[in-house]
Design a protein around this ligand. Structure first.
Ligand code: NAP
Length: 588
């Protein structure tokens, strides 16, 4: 097919979809839109970096064949004033993947903005923003290196749907009448009215993408962000539909946070993604205090809008934050800043946002090695303090370099130091693993404290149980006492005896049955002071029911049991602490 101005590369093949999956040839054709203002400066230099990374990673075996396509001012100059030519859309649909520089919003051009039009025409429903820290970038956080988060923001519903009725208009009067008279709604006179549609279709396809991303990229959790405590049928429904997608479509690859505590004792099974949810306002707090607990976020439009910029600001990264808008398969990657017209053609600005959008593109087509090389080289060049003006003015001792020089330095790093960069990638992975182990150990050691810290509201005994320590029935009591002291517990589970029943031995049993009876713990077997049968609860039992069970049986702890085996313990003190911290109400 021939086009008016677009020239398809003669070499290279199109990316295609087979069995619902993207198939990427070794020599794919990928589109680029130069963009307006500073667009040409950053695009020209970035193309050199992306090509060099692919060459360094695959030594000629793979290569991208770039196809220039047109939007914005360059399009207008070629297509008689048309900022948004049809053939650009057609080509993106055909080649599936493209990257774009920033575009000027034409005044009175008939579009809300070219970016919005592109998203709507191609139904790019997921806005993806990965946000992580690069050492040396100025940041307001004490530990910005803990931020490594990918936000999936819904792009088509919520406030983005733009269903609004202006105060004082006939449309507003009509809907006001309907809401008051037929729906019994109460609100002040002359209120402007906005409608917030959230559908199962829109929510599920967004969350599906977020979960699939977490699985494909070895990310350990997906957090559904919502304000469902107030807006139950929109924000709360988003949360519920999100869990439903996980349960029905990713049952083997995901567990819920409740299951993490109740079934797995706080220890995340390998290759399972934890699905959790947080109220939006608490999320802002948590992302400042404990960003390391979040990996992938799935959000509706407005929450995602706020969160993306807030998290990017934490790592000083608004200037270098990358982004992408993705449909089921078609994806357009883009710099998140604008055209900064006063810097156009000066070769001065930071190419980081576009460069890292290219990293996302490489990840999207599965060329992870090339993507990692650019990320690591960028980290090294920033750490060397050879940076563009925007960073240089905020860093002490930095050397300011031009856009093209910055990219040259990146290329030198990638070509000359591939081995060193790979070691750094390994080091970073190791640190992430290490952090996860520390987190798991903390959850296992003190689940109530872990709950408090995570911002998750405990509702069932599985959420707050401690792990069990077991001893044998014919162990000597003094050996069991040493174990209790070493493990810092005041009760141990006793393995089944001839009655095949599990039992429990507490410090009070030792006090009552051995010390006060003037017996030697070195001569008495554990089985002789063990209580059987146990007072048990299922992990999903509510905290109120567990408290009832304890008081009825006149015991200070219940043993949490699954499939006939003890998996945890909850004491009266755990319940007391939980209620003291989280309060008591319908939520518990
Ligand atoms: P802007 O172009 O993002 O520029 C605002 C300021 O941000 C610049 O003056 C500069 O700050 C800094 N900046 C932006 N990009 C930079 C980079 N790569 N390196 C270093 N500093 C950078 O925002 P705007 O002035 O509001 O918008 C200008 C045009 O861009 C408008 O037409 C708008 O519609 C459009 N826009 C397009 C997109 C898009 O295509 N995705 C997004 C936003 C805006 P200093 O002056 O402090 O150096």
């Amino acid at each position: 097919m021939t086009y008016q101005h677009i020239c398809m590369p003669k070499v290279g093949e199109k990316i295609f979809v087979k069995d619902g999956k993207l198939k990427v040839p070794k020599h794919p054709i990928i589109g680029f839109i130069e963009g307006d203002g500073i667009g040409p400066d950053i695009t020209k230099s970035s193309l050199l970096v992306w090509d060099a990374a692919v060459e360094a990673a695959y030594s000629g075996d793979r290569k991208i064949h770039w196809c220039e396509i047109y939007l914005g001012e360059k399009a207008a100059s070629l297509y008689d004033g048309n900022y948004f030519p049809n053939e650009t859309l057609e080509v993106i649909k055909q080649i599936m993947v493209a990257i774009k520089g920033p575009l000027t919003t034409p005044i009175g051009g008939g579009f809300r903005s070219l970016n919005v039009a592109l998203r709507q025409e191609l139904d790019l429903y997921a806005c993806v923003r990965p946000i992580r820290y690069y050492a040396g970038v100025p940041s307001p956080m004490r530990h910005p290196e803990k931020v490594d988060i990918v936000i999936f923001r819904e792009n088509t519903e919520d406030v983005y749907a733009g269903i609004e009725y202006k105060s004082g208009t006939p449309e507003n009067a009509k809907i006001t009448k309907f809401l008051r008279e037929e729906m019994g709604a109460k609100f002040f006179e002359d209120a402007g009215i906005g409608i917030k549609p959230i559908s199962p279709f829109g929510s599920k396809r967004l969350v599906r993408k977020a979960i699939q991303y977490a699985i494909d990229h070895g990310r350990d959790s997906v957090t559904l962000v919502h304000k469902g405590n107030i807006m139950k049928f929109t924000e709360g429904a988003f949360r519920n539909w999100g869990y439903e997608v996980a349960r029905t479509e990713f049952a083997d690859q995901t567990i819920t946070e409740d299951e993490l505590y109740s079934v797995y004792g706080g220890k995340q099974p390998p290759s399972k993604v934890v699905i959790k949810d947080r109220i939006a306002d608490i999320m802002f707090q948590l992302l400042q205090l404990r960003p390391e607990e979040f990996s992938v976020l799935a959000t509706m439009n407005l929450n995602g809008d706020y969160l993306s910029d807030a998290v990017a600001a934490e790592v000083g990264g608004i200037g270098i934050a990358p982004g992408a808008n993705i449909a089921d398969h078609v994806a357009v990657f883009e710099a998140t800043h604008g055209t900064a017209p006063k810097y156009a053609n000066l070769d001065r600005v930071n190419p980081g946002s576009l460069l890292l959008s290219g990293v996302m593109l490489l990840q999207y087509i599965g060329w992870i090695e090339a993507a990692e090389l650019i990320e690591s080289a960028l980290a090294c060049v920033i750490a060397d303090k050879t940076v563009t003006y925007d960073f240089a003015r905020q860093m002490t001792g930095a050397t300011e370099v031009s856009t093209s020089k910055f990219c040259e330095l990146l290329i030198t790093k990638m070509i000359g130091q591939t081995q060193i960069l790979r070691k750094e990638i390994e080091h970073r992975r190791h640190n992430q693993e290490e952090y996860r182990r520390i987190l798991e150990a903390a959850r296992v050691a003190d689940p109530v404290q872990a709950m408090i810290a995570s911002g998750h509201m405990p509702t069932v005994v599985g959420n707050i149980m401690s792990p069990v320590i077991t001893v044998k029935s014919n162990d000597l009591v003094n050996t069991a006492m040493h174990t209790m002291v070493e493990e810092g517990v005041d009760a141990v589970m006793v393995e089944p005896d001839d009655s095949l029943q599990w039992g429990i031995m507490t410090d009070r049993d030792v006090l009552k049955k051995i010390i006060s009876a003037n017996l030697s713990p070195a001569r008495v077997r554990v089985g002789e002071v063990t209580t059987r049968p146990l007072v048990t609860a299922k992990p999903e039992m509510s905290l109120a029911e567990a408290a009832q069970r304890m008081s009825e049986a006149n015991v200070r702890r219940v043993v949490v049991e699954a499939d006939g085996n003890p998996i945890g313990m909850v004491t009266d003190n755990d319940l007391f602490r939980t209620v003291e911290v989280f309060g008591w109400g319908s939520e518990i």
